[in-house]
Design a protein around this ligand. Structure first.
Ligand code: IVH
Length: 675
């Protein structure tokens, strides 16, 4: 095949693939098999590989393939992206209509009703029919350039059916099923779950690596025109139909209605049908159809006067509460959780709901076997809103909190002024287990690979009883665990090793001393500099510190006096865990922290540096405003690799993270900081 023939074939293939992308992802009406489609795609990829000069920016092979970005570029919106005023009931909707009719002065008023998709507002700019820039809303005036990620969404046309120059606005979202699959996958890997599809969509679109964004199934509905040159349609209805004919996916549930009664009917219908949709909505958007009239009405500073959002309340569902499970947390608090008959709610299947504490159970009059209304607030775990007492059959059983700890059977207490019941046995295994989960968590010692499931297994096998035991773990111990291969075991040991060089405040926070959060830990570390000094501090001395209240002071003094704590700290020290505050330079370095390229960056150190120790390097980095962590993850911005760097270097390369050698590191230090 010569270049000319290849060119013709590539063009033909692009057109075929585009058409089938459109049929599949926009019209939801595929006409060829996936195999056939893949074959065309492979043929095009081969052609573009053989004749690189044939590659075009709008080729369907370019949906994924860009390199990870160092950060998102800012883009100014040609027309500001406004938000919408909200109404919550029929009355407020009618008031909106009154304002519109007044402005119309007798002209007929038609509205377009659309579903309010619960996703992320995006702007798509096309130049001569080709996708040019895709951006987030940002603050409405300036957004972020996420073109690479938006290209991975198959329903975003790379080339329009007419060579027009325009900007469209739409909503990117994650369908409910994709969201459930993603969370199931994350759960199996021990990764934190997304609370709702909107957060998942936002997280995906903000991935700097487009390959990661491409792994998430996102979709887009286009709902309006932004900036545009040339002739505009006269109505929103016509604009949407035109956008649809250009190849955009426009929501099929839109309706143009006469007057506000039609709107109210639409709102009521969709309030009912909302759970059946394959994506989440949080209301209905009502827009004036006549674009001239829109212009006359204009905007307030934040939102247009010609449109309004009717917001639905948080989705609720009814199910049966079968049981109440009790769990003991790190601080000994016993928390009740409702075990429910599985029920669909806002895109997920719900089996558990939070009950918070005994007072809530009593206040709501909850009995075992009750029908209850559950609702999702912003969390993954929903809450029980109320009991449907009218559904009681007489078979329901009352519930009372136990008197003894469900794990260690020691007597539970209710501390003065608290609603929670607590187990105060310091040897309670549940508390120890939760304490370890806290110790290894990201904000504390950040030991990746030690999720809840692994910790539970280590506990059950008796391999770990307290945090100090973690540092005695051997490879043989780890590979004996379920779903733990050689590789993960090595990674885990490396993460444990790395955690030893973290600064004192991480350790202090990780120990889980009552009332000592990340902030108090930092204050203490900064003041005392070394664990030994903190251990000797008296309660009075602690109280005298600014930012340390009497509650924290008493708790720290009491904690440090315990013999078992002393023993734990001795063992941690022996294992090589750093006991010093490493951010000391932060206060003494005079070089501008702000202009340092390292400020705000998450940095990992690996290998041996010739000019300083790893601890010194970590201190230096922290003093420049960097956040030094022990292991490489997607969150890492920079890896500084000394001699004999190993697996971390490989991982960073794989994730496309910026890597500096020692020389580059030293060169990037502000003047006067280098040792
Ligand atoms: S029109 C000037 N239509 O809701 C008004 N917005 O609070 C432009 N949204 O930022 C918005 N579905 O992200 C419009 N069918 C729809 C929508 C919709 C969801 C979002 C959009 C906007 C927010 C308004």
């Amino acid at each position: 095949m010569n270049l000319e023939e290849a060119k013709r074939r590539a063009e033909e293939l692009r057109e075929i693939i585009e058409e089938h992308d459109y049929r599949y992802h926009v019209l939801d009406d595929p006409v060829v098999s996936d195999e056939q489609y893949d074959e065309w795609m492979r043929e095009l990829i081969r052609l573009e590989e053989r004749f690189p000069e044939l590659r075009t920016p709008d080729s369907p092979t370019r949906r994924v393939g860009g390199e990870p970005l160092p950060h998102f570029r800012k883009v100014e919106h040609p027309v500001p992206m406004l938000s919408l005023g909200n109404v919550f009931n029929e009355q407020e909707l009618r008031e909106f209509d009154d304002r519109v009719r007044k402005a119309a002065g007798g002209r007929p008023v038609r509205y377009v009703c659309e579903l309010k998709i619960d996703g992320l507002a995006v702007s798509l700019r096309y130049k001569d029919g080709l996708l040019d820039i895709g951006a987030t809303r940002g603050d409405g005036t300036v957004g972020e350039d996420i073109t690479q990620n938006l290209k991975t969404i198959r329903s975003v046309p790379l080339r329009l059916k007419e060579p027009v120059t325009l900007e469209v606005r739409g909503e990117a979202y994650m369908p409910k099923r994709a969201f459930e699959r993603l969370n199931a996958l994350r759960e199996s890997k021990g990764e934190p779950l997304f609370a709702n599809p909107r957060n998942a969509a936002a997280g995906s679109l903000r991935q700097l690596d487009p390959k990661l964004a491409a792994e998430r199934t996102l979709d887009v509905f286009v709902h309006g025109l932004g900036h545009m040159e040339g002739h505009r349609p006269a109505t929103h209805t016509k604009a949407l139909d035109w956008l649809s004919s250009l190849g955009f996916k426009v929501n099929p549930e839109r309706e143009t209605v006469d007057g506000i009664d039609g709107v109210i009917d639409y709102v009521n219908r969709w309030r009912e049908k909302r759970p059946e949709l394959p994506y989440e909505i949080d209301g209905v958007v009502v827009k004036l159809d006549d674009l001239d009239l829109r212009e006359e009405m204009g905007n307030t500073a934040k939102s247009p006067r010609w449109a309004v959002a009717f917001k639905f309340p948080a989705e609720e569902a009814v199910t049966v509460l079968r049981d109440i499970e009790l769990s003991v947390g790190r601080t000994g608090v016993v928390t009740p959780t409702a075990i429910l008959d599985p029920v669909r709610l806002a895109g997920t299947t719900v089996k558990r709901a939070s009950l918070h504490n005994e007072d809530i159970i009593r206040g709501k009059g909850i009995m075992l076997g009750d029908h209850v209304i559950i609702r999702k607030a912003g969390d993954i775990i929903p809450e029980v809103v109320a009991v449907l007492t009218e559904k009681r059959t007489g078979d329901e059983r009352p519930f009372s909190m136990p008197e003894k700890c469900p794990e260690c059977h020691s007597r539970l207490v209710r501390l003065e002024g608290e609603v929670a019941l607590r187990c105060i046995n310091p040897e309670c295994p549940a508390q120890a287990r939760e304490g370890i989960i806290h110790f290894v968590s990201r904000g504390a010692m950040n030991i990746e690979g030690l999720g809840e499931k692994v910790v539970t297994q280590l506990f059950e096998k008796g391999l770990v009883r307290g945090v100090a035991d973690l540092y005695d773990l051997k490879k043989e111990d780890l590979v004996s665990l379920e779903r733990m291969g050689e590789k993960s075991a090595s990674n885990l040991l490396a993460a444990l090793e790395a955690s030893k060089s973290l600064s004192l405040e991480r350790l202090l926070f990780g120990l889980g001393i009552r009332f000592v959060g990340a902030k108090a830990a930092k204050v203490l570390a900064r003041h005392y500099r070394h664990m030994d000094q903190l251990m000797e501090a008296t309660e009075e001395e602690l109280t005298s510190l600014e930012e340390i209240g009497p509650k924290i002071a008493a708790s720290v003094a009491e904690y440090m006096a315990r013999p078992e704590v002393k023993e734990t700290i001795r063992r941690l020290k022996q294992a090589g865990v750093n006991m010093e505050y490493l951010g000391a330079g932060a206060e003494t370095t005079t070089a501008g922290t702000k202009d340092s390229p390292l400020a705000g960056k998450t940095v990992v150190l690996t290998g041996t540096l010739s000019s300083m120790s790893r601890n010194e390097a970590a201190a230096l980095l922290e003093s420049l405003g960097a956040n030094v962590t022990g292991s490489v993850s997607k969150k890492t911005d920079l890896l500084i690799a000394g001699e004999k760097a190993g697996s971390k270097l490989d991982k960073a390369k794989k994730l496309g993270i910026t890597i500096w050698d020692e020389e580059t590191f030293l060169k990037n230090l502000p003047e006067g900081v280098a040792t």
